[in-house]
Ligand binder design. Structure first.
Ligand code: ADP
Length: 434
């Protein structure tokens, strides 16, 4: 039995994919990390981890509800012993004029009794940088990037102070961290932050043009109770907490123990990478296509998958993956909510098959992952090593204990599904199919 660890770093993330993303970074940095799916209930004990990431779905929720969920989560983290907090936002600052980045930052500052937060959505590894207080996406100002026309959060400005201003309680207390301080290093930033705090600053917007800048900012923020950032600063924050003696040294990242029981690959992503992965895996294992146009797509898929598992190897794939043209046709026929309908059907399929004894689940698609985890009522996911960049192997303690590989649409190489099935279990016979 491993030695119990105390939670030190708590993250409240505004969506599940972002939560998984930052949880993966923490784990990679050697922090024992658990991802809590959804708002923690009061009676659920804190997981045994140094880093706890709460994955909410509040990016576009009504402001009051976002505040309520975020503060309840942070309060729970605080009671679990967490001392440093991250309000994890999207690296494209996805928000509207009302929020929810600003209102939640204000509410968390109040809850934590802290006067100031650093604000930096940079994530250089994904092309998100902050230069002169403006947010860039692969070198293009945010308001000229595809985010300009996002259906839910159209971003029509790149200036972070102007974006944040209408969302916060004290817009006159927004300041910019001088770029020269970041240039000079973590100690200089720590000193400037102390001055800014003494001068009454509440929201400090920081530039970060590359990983080095992110590391400097992260490391310098160990004194702050709350950092408002995307995943880019996470590695620096961990190092800062280690330097400050708040976090222990990096431990080995153990893979979840393999689990007995059949595997299910469930794919709802229609991205280019997933289409290739589905095509490849269909040559190795029985494959069931969930038909969005069927009267009861889930029942059909469950029946076919059960037959496949009864007769064949201990793995089956259920997918709705299709070409953009076919997806467009289905949308035209069934309306825009077809996506949610397909997600529900895939999730129902996963729940039925786990009920039958499936214990390894590979899930392709961000929204699909959310729906499937919801249906499986999985609360805590312990983050294990990555199978591919951004694709961790995770474990749900259960019962039943499940080993899960969730992946966003475009992640992973063409043979990811076979690799995931092989990495999660024993006695894999994925190659037995025609
Ligand atoms: P990605 O990570 O690639 O964006 P998501 O799971 O987030 O994948 O999103 C894919 C969306 O497409 C989901 O809402 C899913 O239900 C929907 N979808 C999947 N297959 C089909 C299909 N054949 N026709 C229409 N919509 C589909």
């Amino acid at each position: 039995m491993a030695t119990p660890v105390t939670p030190v770093l708590g993250v409240v993330a505004d969506d599940l994919t972002g939560a998984a993303d930052i949880a993966g970074v923490l784990a990679r940095e050697g922090v024992v990390t658990v991802l809590r799916v959804g708002e923690p209930n009061d009676d659920a004990g804190a997981p045994d981890a140094e880093g706890i990431v709460v994955g909410l779905k509040i990016r576009t929720a009504p402001v009051a509800s976002a505040i309520e969920q975020a503060t309840a989560s942070a309060d729970w983290l605080q009671r679990a012993g967490v001392r440093r907090f991250v309000w994890k936002i999207c690296s494209t600052f996805d928000s509207t004029a009302e929020g929810n980045i600003g209102p939640v930052a204000d509410a968390l500052l109040d809850l934590l009794g802290e006067r100031m937060t650093l604000v930096c959505p940079a994530f250089p590894a994904n092309g998100r940088t902050v230069v002169d207080g403006r947010l860039f996406v692969h070198g293009v100002p945010l308001d000229q990037s595809p985010m300009r026309d996002h259906p839910l959060t159209p971003m029509r400005d790149a200036d972070l102070a102007r974006l944040l201003g209408p969302q916060v309680r004290d817009p006159e207390r927004i300041v910019r961290l001088p770029a020269a301080a970041v240039e000079a290093g973590a100690e200089a930033v720590t000193a400037v932050l102390a001055d800014l705090r003494a001068g009454g600053a509440r929201y400090v917007i920081a530039d970060a043009a590359n990983d080095r800048d992110c590391d400097v900012l992260g490391a310098a923020s160990a004194e702050l109770r709350l950092v408002t950032c995307a995943s880019g600063l996470a590695a620096g924050i961990v190092r800062g907490l280690r330097d400050a003696g708040l976090l222990g040294p990096a431990g080995p990242l153990d893979a979840p123990a393999p689990v007995d029981g059949p595997a299910l690959v469930i794919a709802g992503s229609c991205s280019t990478a997933t289409r290739e992965q589905v095509a490849r895996f269909a040559r190795l294992a029985p494959s069931v296509r969930l038909d969005p146009l069927a009267t009861d797509p889930a029942s059909d898929a469950i029946r076919a998958a059960r037959t496949a598992l009864a007769n064949g190897p201990d793995v089956v794939m259920v997918h709705s993956t299709d070409t953009p043209l076919a997806v467009e046709e289905v949308r035209t026929r069934l309306g825009a909510d077809v996506g949610a309908r397909v997600e529900r059907a895939l999730a129902e399929t996963a729940r039925a098959l786990v009920g039958d004894g499936v214990r390894r689940v590979v899930i392709a698609g961000g929204e699909t992952t959310g729906a499937v985890l919801d249906a499986l009522a999985v609360a805590d996911l312990r983050i294990g090593p990555e199978l591919a960049p951004g694709v961790p192997i995770v474990e749900a303690a259960g019962p039943p204990r499940l080993v899960i590989v969730p992946k966003s649409g475009n992640f992973g190489g063409p043979d990811l599904f076979a690799e995931a099935v092989a990495a999660t279990g024993t006695g894999v016979r994925a190659s037995a199919a025609p």
